[in-house]
Structures are given as C-alpha cells and as structure tokens.
Design a protein around this ligand. Structure first.
Ligand SMILES: [Zn+2]
Length: 379
C-alpha cells in the first residue's frame, strides 16, 4: 500500500535560492532532453531511449565542473526527470497524449529523489543535496514503512516535501459497528440515515465568498497590468487555501464515518450524475465527491468497513417510512409525508432510503427492484 505524506518546509533565504536553482536545473534538463528527442524524431523517426538520455545527462553534468549550474541537481534526481519525460514521450508515441511541450522554469515545480540519494531525513530535518538541512513542520509523525520517494514541491504558498511510503497492509477484522446510509450533496454536504447531517464548514464558505469577490476584482483590472497580476496571485493563493480547507474537512468527515459505522451504503455517483434533477444541486455544492470517495475508500479498508453502492433513483422522493412517492423540488428542505405523517430532513430521508437499498442489495439486483417505493413498503 503506497501512501503519501506531505509536510511544510521552512528553508532559509539561502536555502530557498538553492532549491530554486535545483528546480531550474531540473527544468533545463527536461527541456534539453526533450529538444534532443524532438529533433531525432523529426529527422529520422528515431525514438530515443531513456538510457541514451541518461548517458547524455551524465556528460552534460560533467562538463566544466565547478562552474556548471547543472551540478546542483543530484545525479539520480536528474534521472528521475528523464524518466518522467520518457513516460510522457512513450504515451505520445502510442497516441495517448499530445507531444510533450517545453516547460517554463517558473512552472516546473517538483523534483523527485530516491531516499538517501540527494535527499534524506536527518533527525528532525530534511537534508537536500546542495541546499543543506531544511526545517520541517512535522504536523503529524511520519509512519514506519519503506520510504520509496522524496519529492520536493514549490507552491505559491511555500515549499513542501512529499514522502511516499510503502506501508505494510495490516490484517483487518471486519468492523462490528452498525450500518449507515449516506446522502451526498443536496441541502447538506452529507446526511446520514441516523439523522446526523454535515455542512461544509463556515470557514470554507467564507473563503468561497471571498474568492468570488477577488475574481470580480481581477476582471475589473486592466489586462497585462501590475495590479491585475497582483490580484491574480491572490486568487491563486486563495484557491490553494480553499483546496486545503476542503481536504481537511473531508479527512475529518471520512474519519468519522469509518470510525463509527461498519457498513457504509452510498449512492453510485456515476449513476447519480446521469440523473439531472440532482445533478444541478450537486454542482452548486461543489463538494469534491471524487476526493470524498478516495479518502473514504482507504479509511474504510483500514478499519474493516464495507462500502456498498446503490442506484440513486428515487432516493430523495420516496418516503423512507411508507414508500409513498412525495415529489418535492430542490428548494423544499423537509420531507413531509401525507400518507404516514413522517416528517424529517429531506436529505436524511434520502439517506434512509439509501440504507434500505443497501440491505436489499444482498437479495436483489437493482433490475429486480422496480422502485425504492416498493422496496420501502416491503421492509
Ligand atoms: Zn410516508
């Protein structure tokens, strides 16, 4: 099981310069190697191998020792750059992507090291060849495991390191916690069949409002002007901040689900997107559902929790008490059944239907089950 852990770096002034120099060299290498590949391909349809390029890299690096800025880039980190290019070029030759393009050094933002070769953890700091020992903010401990990659990353908010670890897969016992149905992204970001609802945090909503204001202010500024550039930088930073807030919130929410329930029943999202009435509300919420599924999947796996998916059809309209279809448009927040008198949050009602379908999954496929309404009657 390969997992990635990210930490903030605090390089000093000189170290920042050194790190920038390393990225510059990596970008230069990428472009130079790409240039060679393109020329050989255009001249003679010869496709250059990684090994040829690794040899060229050694030669370029050994030219004019002392004054050569390429020497700032670790030998095997350079090889990783070439492997990245090789992968991109192979895909291009197979017709799976466009021809790799030359990169701007301001946008070439990461270098990959093999642990112990140009980068390593030393005590509480990160050693990077030609940049020295860099302070790390260990906001959580790095787990024990085989370290596979160390990636240096430059972002508009600062420098980061990613550790890719191979973690042993622990034997997991099946969770004995109760099952739950989950409804995603209607009036609440998340609603559970036991009545609990989650909304995206106030701080995130505030950031999104701020983003809209900032974006408007960018569009009012003169194209190509200094002020527009400044405002765009602010927008980029805020985007990153929002992405972090989302990530953080989904981490907490999925942690809660995996720790509390033994079986989690969800709507099949690929089907959900085909159902137009709900599609609209989802894009409005913009909850990052793909991220949610990825996080939930691995947390569930670790906790012995099973995930079951069901078709979302009718889950929001059927009454979870009696099965009666109670039509309501998206502005209606309450499910109020004229048949059995059940009144509850519309999303919680939907989550209860999702859970019922989950139970039924074992005995019936969806094709056998004509509608949620009938399902609900039988239960
Ligand atoms: Zn009812």
């Amino acid at each position: 099981m390969l997992r990635t852990y990210r930490y903030r770096l605090y390089p000093g002034q000189d170290q920042q310069q050194s790190l920038n120099d390393i990225l510059w060299a990596a970008c230069w290498l990428y472009n130079r190697a790409l240039d060679y590949r393109r020329k050989r391909w255009d001249e003679s349809r010869h496709s250059v191998t990684y090994y040829e390029q690794a040899g060229m890299w050694r030669d370029w690096r050994n030219e004019a020792p002392g004054a050569n800025p390429l020497r700032r880039l670790n030998m095997s980190a350079g090889q990783q750059v070439l492997r990245r290019l090789d992968g991109a070029y192979r895909q291009f030759l197979k017709g799976q992507r466009g021809r790799p393009r030359f990169q701007k050094s301001s946008r070439f933002n990461s270098v990959n090291y093999k642990p112990g070769d140009g980068a390593a953890v030393r005590g509480s700091r990160l050693y990077v060849q030609n940049a020295g020992l860099i302070q790390v903010r260990w906001h959580r401990a790095l787990p024990e495991g085989k370290l596979k990659n160390i990636v240096l990353v430059r972002k508009s908010t600062g420098w980061y390191v990613l550790f890719q670890l191979e973690l042993p897969q622990p034997p997991v016992e099946k969770s004995t916690h109760p099952p739950v149905g989950v409804d995603l992204g209607n009036t609440h970001a998340l609603a559970l069949s036991d009545g609990i609802t989650f909304d995206s945090p106030k701080s995130l909503q505030a950031s999104l409002r701020k983003l809209r204001l900032l974006q408007r202010s960018v569009s009012r500024k003169k194209k190509g002007g200094r002020n527009r550039h400044k405002a765009m930088r602010k927008v980029a930073r805020l985007h990153e901040h929002i992405a972090n807030q989302r990530l953080d919130w989904w981490h907490k929410t999925t942690r809660h689900l995996a720790d509390t329930y033994g079986t989690i029943v969800l709507e099949d999202l690929s089907l959900t997107f085909m159902l137009q009435n709900r599609h609209l509300s989802r894009s409005a919420h913009d909850v990052g559902l793909g991220m949610f599924r990825t996080m939930l999947n691995y947390k569930a796996m670790e906790a012995g929790v099973e995930i079951v998916t069901v078709s979302p059809r009718n889950t929001s309209q059927a009454c979870s008490g009696c099965g009666h279809i109670v039509l309501k448009d998206l502005s209606v927040r309450l499910h109020d059944c004229p048949d059995c008198g059940l009144t509850l949050d519309r999303d919680v009602n939907a989550a209860r239907n999702v859970l019922r379908l989950g139970y039924r999954r074992w005995a019936l496929t969806w094709e056998d089950a004509p509608s949620v309404a009938q399902e609900a009657v039988r239960l």
